[in-house]
Design a protein around this ligand. Structure first.
Ligand SMILES: [Zn+2]
Length: 324
């Protein structure tokens, strides 16, 4: 038996005792794109070069870690370099709790807008920063804005060159801002140019009457009523799909988020616009924690790396194809 199969055997073995819904053929994964709402808002909306990092990220990280401790689950945290620089202590806290540490790049840039050389530098820098903080190698990556598509699929080659095992950046349907239409929605091992290999763990979509629909992100968890969410995930489970949930720290916050975070004194939203934006962004936010707890209590979760190792051990590599 290969070590990579162990988590799945373990899942089956613990199933009867814990009452959790598990199956060795498929698994659920919770991934957290670990970034700071205020830091990114300050830079991307208001042009602040180095926005400060407030207390919120610590509160949010602790809420997630407590939830995972309470439900005895492990998650994968895709760490953003520009935040890790300020809060290396939190990255160490996440790693010490036994969760997987992976990469979300250095500067939270759209990888499609970078040259190949610049994209490689962003990734290399973030790998060095994060491995220096934890003292452990990293094995996976998620691009900001899911920004790996047909225009820059070479990002996968950069990841393989850096020694990574998997990527989880491809949205297997075309949405207005990202995605590859009809990309293989199963986890798979791909053969890249030059003989390198990489596992892709795409984001989860459900398929109905030949059409795909995204379901597994923080926005969907927030807006779908609990009964709909439970049905969708039950359906994914019974159809033996691998499920990749992707969330952000602010989605778990006990405080409302504010679109005016980190705005410079001379530049801010008009009061009415700020009010409406905040209403929109915080709508049903308070329901996320309970919905996530229910999923974490019902299903067994494994990390992205555990899933990727299983995929690698159980499958022959296939040629990467991006349907037009
Ligand atoms: Zn992000």
């Amino acid at each position: 038996m290969t070590p990579a199969l162990l988590p799945f055997i373990f899942l089956r073995a613990t199933n009867a005792q814990s009452g959790l819904v598990t199956d060795q053929k498929h698994a659920f994964t919770l991934s957290i794109d670990w970034e700071d709402f205020g830091q990114l808002t300050g830079r991307d909306r208001f042009g602040v070069v180095t926005p400060p990092v407030g207390d919120a990220i610590e509160r949010q990280t602790d809420i997630i870690l407590q939830l995972l401790t309470d439900t005895r689950q492990k998650a994968t945290f895709f760490i953003l370099g520009m935040l890790a620089k300020f809060r290396a202590d939190l990255v160490q806290r996440i790693a010490a709790a036994g969760h997987e540490i992976a990469l979300h790049g250095s500067e939270h840039l759209d990888m499609r807008k970078l040259t190949r050389v610049r994209a490689a530098a962003d990734l290399r820098d973030s790998q060095k920063l994060v491995t220096d903080i934890t003292g452990q190698p990293v094995h996976g990556y998620r691009a900001p804005y899911f920004s790996v598509d047909t225009s820059n699929v070479y990002v996968l080659e950069i990841l393989a060159d850096l020694g990574l095992t998997y990527d989880s950046s491809i949205f297997p349907m075309k949405l207005p801002r990202y995605g590859i239409d009809n990309f293989n929605r199963d986890d798979a091992l791909y053969l890249l140019p030059g003989g390198r290999q990489l596992v892709e763990l795409p984001l989860t979509v459900v398929e109905s009457s030949g059409r795909r629909m995204p379901v597994a992100g923080g926005g969907y968890v927030r807006l779908f009523p609990r009964i709909v969410l439970n049905r969708l995930f039950h359906r994914l489970h019974t159809s033996a799909r691998n499920v990749m949930l992707y969330m952000h720290p602010y989605e778990f916050d006990s405080h409302p988020i504010d679109c005016r975070t980190n705005h410079p004194p001379d530049q801010h939203y008009p009061a009415a616009k700020a009010f409406l934006l905040n209403q929109k962004w915080n709508l049903f936010r308070g329901t996320i924690h309970g919905k996530m707890r229910a999923l974490l209590e019902r299903y067994e979760f494994i990390t992205c790396l555990q899933k990727a190792e299983y995929v690698k051990a159980a499958n022959s590599p296939r040629v990467l194809e991006c349907p037009k």
